[in-house]
Write a protein that binds this ligand. Structure first.
Ligand SMILES: *Cc1c(COP(=O)(O)O)cnc(C)c1O
Length: 417
């Protein structure tokens, strides 16, 4: 029972098969220790953008580790962190001016929420009310679970979670209800911040909404002085067709959360970007206004070097062209399933494609998940449906032939009864 020494995430050890042991990865492909190949069609939980082991990223990691592996980031700094901050500000929506590093999407969001509350306290007008979008997912720490939608995943921790104002999701045709609810929430009592996943709720089921609605939500927050936090942990780095989803709505959030693809998915690193208004509120002779947050590995030099290499790839390789080509392939894959009556709600945003398996009763969903994963693995494909939602989110180097495997595997889903 050696496998039970390692406790895996989101894994029910009582019923799930032993985990697949991976030994190597290259491009869009993983290889098991017994030499089977598996196409990484969910980018290893949405992090790998250009493909596994992009040579520019691996050599940057090698070079950096030979110079400096780790250093305290309070009272000390280093070139990779400084260069990376400059580049992030250059690429991010105009108006963001400061970069705070941490190590995961969850911590990037925790930092964002703390910055928001710190801002209001430090300017002498304390606000603590947070609003969030229904079906949102922002991480698995107590704070980020509070902002995320509630369900079986966090029921046990409910007593520790703080209340947020839940704004209904802008489903197609019901956008006005979302905007009205946000407007009402702002009028009821001042909001410290409103946090959203721009254009698509990822873990909530790959639910897509329009750029128009995103920019309207931003406008409402602006009008009422609520800070707007864009959680681009999943949507960032080209996933939605542009480097950041906010670009499509032509908005600059007050706070932007980045992680996952920041290093091309090679190493853990996160960044929370803020406007100068928020930074300046924390700059004071009064030391109690300091931003009190750190992680041991804040701005780890090797992770920063990997992220810098990622940005160099964006500058020197036709990444947006690759994304556009992959998006077209995804669209064609979905279209080929158009007359399959087992699926509904085919949808796509940038490189992300999703469709829902029609199921009679949702109690049986829990069993469908492991069955579907086993079916895909048997077909050399790593897919991990969210409930009855099958989604495909591959690295940008995925070829037409690779993607054909994925859609063949979806087409050949066996009866699940
Ligand atoms: C994955 C995700 C997070 C959490 O990121 P971790 O690195 O897993 O902590 C936060 N927000 C969104 C939108 C995500 O998709």
């Amino acid at each position: 029972m050696a496998r039970n020494i390692v406790w895996h995430p989101f894994t029910q050890h009582a019923v799930e098969p032993a985990p697949t042991r991976i030994a190597r990865g290259k491009g869009a492909w993983l290889e098991t220790s017994d030499n089977r190949r598996i196409l990484d069609a969910i980018s290893s939980w949405w992090v790998v953008t250009h493909g596994h082991r992009h040579p520019a990223i691996t050599s940057a990691i090698h070079e950096q580790i030979d110079k400096l592996d780790q250093v305290i980031f309070a009272g000390f700094t280093h070139e990779p962190a400084e260069k990376l901050a400059d580049k992030l500000i250059h690429f991010a929506p105009r108006g963001l001016a400061h970069v705070f590093y941490s190590d995961s999407g969850s911590t990037a969001v925790e930092v964002a929420l703390k910055m928001a509350l710190g801002y209001w306290r430090n300017i002498g007008a304390p606000r603590t009310r947070i609003a969030a979008l229904e079906h949102g997912y922002h991480g698995d720490t107590i704070g980020t679970m509070s902002a995320g939608s509630r369900g079986v995943f966090n029921a046990a921790y409910e007593p520790l979670l703080f209340d947020v104002v839940r704004i209904p999701f802008p489903h197609a045709g019901r956008e006005q209800q979302t905007l009205d609810a946000l407007e009402r929430a702002c009028r009821e009592a001042p909001l410290a911040a409103f946090i959203v996943e721009p254009l698509i709720a990822g873990a909530g089921g790959m639910l897509i909404y329009g750029a128009e609605t995103l920019s309207e939500m931003k406008r409402i927050c602006e009008r009422h002085g609520a800070l707007f936090i864009a959680d681009e942990v999943m949507t960032g780095w080209g996933r939605t067709g542009t480097m950041f989803a906010c670009e499509q709505a032509r908005i600059t959030p007050d706070i932007l959360c980045l992680a996952k693809g920041l290093t091309g998915g090679s190493l853990p690193l996160a960044a929370t970007l803020a406007t100068s208004r928020i930074f300046e509120a924390h700059v004071s002779e009064d030391r109690s206004r300091t931003f009190f947050h750190s992680s041991s590995f804040t701005a780890n030099p090797v992770c920063c070097a990997a992220a810098l290499a990622n940005l160099t790839i964006w500058e020197t390789e036709p990444v947006l062209d690759r994304i556009a080509k992959l998006a077209a392939l995804q669209e064609a894959g979905l279209a080929a399933l158009a007359d399959d009556p087992r699926f509904e709600n085919r949808r796509r945003l940038g490189t992300i494609a999703a469709l829902d398996l029609k199921v009679a009763d949702s109690g049986y969903l829990a069993q469908a998940g492991p069955l579907l994963r086993a079916h895909f693995l048997a077909n050399e494909v790593l897919l991990r449906p969210l409930g009855n939602t099958v989604y495909v989110m591959p690295p940008y180097c995925t070829t037409a032939a690779d993607l054909r495997l994925v859609y063949d595997a979806i087409r050949s889903i066996p009866p699940l009864t």
